[in-house]
Ligand binder design. Structure first.
Ligand code: FAD
Length: 374
């Protein structure tokens, strides 16, 4: 490991050959040719200088909670955002408080901090792992709240223009678990600004399971700390909080997007007992986990070597012996069976990072799905 010092202070650690499996929640992935840990934004230019010796844009990693890294690892430099900090930077025209957050700041801490300061807009996101810089990438959301509800702008390094840019939320292309950043390595997000309303009571609770725990009607409100606790309790029951579920902890949460349904599909699935959700973009969606259950996957059932369905919830988890090839094989098994049983094609929500086999490369499993890799 090379440790670069400035005036006696450690500011960026650069490591060669670091196994990326250690930096992701799935615990899968080969080595990074170059791995830099950024603790202080002031040192970002050092990283930009470092990348000049390597072709292509670098790969950015937060907490690795939505990432499947290739078994071959990553030949482009990997930047891990470890910057921390939350500060109030002003007031929006509508009176909301503007909060600027460093990209490496943990989302769970931001949720707690904003609730502690009487600000609402993040309370339903309690328990989602990862860094704040990754939240616009897939417009992170849960239980009726999404980053698009509060995002004002991001500052980023643009690897095409090779300069800092500020992108207004309106140009970020935020949609259902997507944005212009999803699948693109063009931008490294450095800071994120949110507009949050001052209130002791949460935003309206729109999810039945959360409303029932709080004993409020759907659309009702409750103290935001209590809402966050209710959301956490629901998430824990499904193993959707990291560290709460032992053997189930090698996960990325949901591996697949919740597919959008046509009116006919929605009517049919509702008749079969599916719980459908209406999203801000007016799409009606069903969760991939419901489709997996409907397609006959039993909890805990094996899918590929080292990969199985969780014992708690219909999602994929990794065990001893899991590889990226095995995980993609497992994804293929699920996609195929759900398509056969329901006529609906699931698409991976997970981000595929690193050096994946190219088309025609025989090292890729023959029955693997076509993945949306950048
Ligand atoms: C138990 C569990 C529950 C989850 N529940 C939810 C949920 O309810 N809702 C939800 O939306 N997600 C959920 N997730 C997925 C995940 O937590 C989010 O996608 C989170 O935002 C990922 O953050 P990260 O820092 O771990 O990003 P990583 O996994 O490290 O990276 C994800 C992607 O973002 C990119 N990226 C990361 N940081 C930056 C940056 N600073 N600039 C540019 N690109 C960047 C990476 O290159 C990669 O493409 C869950 C995951 C787990 C493990």
């Amino acid at each position: 490991m090379i440790i670069i010092h400035r005036g006696g202070t450690t500011f960026m650690r650069v490591t060669h050959g670091l196994p990326l499996a250690r930096k992701t929640t799935l615990g899968i992935g080969g080595p990074a040719a170059v791995f830099a840990d950024l603790e202080d934004l002031a040192d970002f230019p050092e990283f930009v200088a470092l990348t000049k010796s390597y072709p292509g844009a670098p790969t950015c990693l937060g907490a690795g909670s939505n990432a499947l890294v290739a078994d071959a690892g990553c030949s482009s430099p990997v930047l891990r955002m470890n910057t921390r900090g939350v500060r109030v930077v002003g007031e929006a025209a509508d009176g909301r408080t503007l909060v600027e957050v460093q990209a490496g700041h943990p989302l769970t801490d931001l949720v707690d901090t904003t609730i502690g300061h009487g600000l609402i807009g993040m309370e339903m996101l309690a328990g989602i792992p990862g860094t704040v810089g990754a939240t616009p990438v897939q417009n992170v959301g849960a239980y009726g709240q999404e980053i698009s509800d509060t995002l004002v702008e991001v500052t980023a390094w643009d690897w095409v223009l090779r300069r800092h840019v500020t992108l207004d939320a309106a140009v970020c292309g935020l949609g259902h678990r997507t944005s212009v950043f999803k699948g693109s390595s063009r931008w490294t997000l450095l800071t994120v600004v949110f507009a949050l309303r001052k209130s002791a009571l949460s935003a309206p609770v729109t999810y039945r399971v959360v409303a029932e725990r709080l004993d409020v009607p759907i659309g009702g409100r409750a103290p935001s700390a209590e809402v966050a606790q209710a959301v956490l309790a629901v998430r824990r029951s499904k193993g959707m909080v990291l560290g709460c579920s032992g053997a189930e902890s090698r996960t990325v949460g949901s591996v697949f997007f919740s597919p959008e349904l046509t009116a006919a599909q929605a009517g049919q699935l509702e008749g079969e007992g599916a719980s459908l959700n209406c999203f801000p973009d007016d799409s009606i969606r069903v969760s991939a986990s419901w489709l997996m259950r409907r397609s006959g996957f039993a909890l805990g059932s094996p899918l590929a070597e080292g990969v199985r369905v969780s014992y708690l919830h219909h999602t994929l988890v990794a065990d001893e012996g899991a590889t990226a090839a095995g995980f993609t094989e497992a994804i293929g098994v699920v996609v195929q069976r759900v398509l056969e049983q329901t006529g609906i094609r699931l698409t991976p929500e997970i981000d595929f990072l690193g050096d994946w086999p190219q088309e025609g490369d025989t090292s890729e499993p023959a029955d693997s799905v076509v993945l949306d890799r950048a």
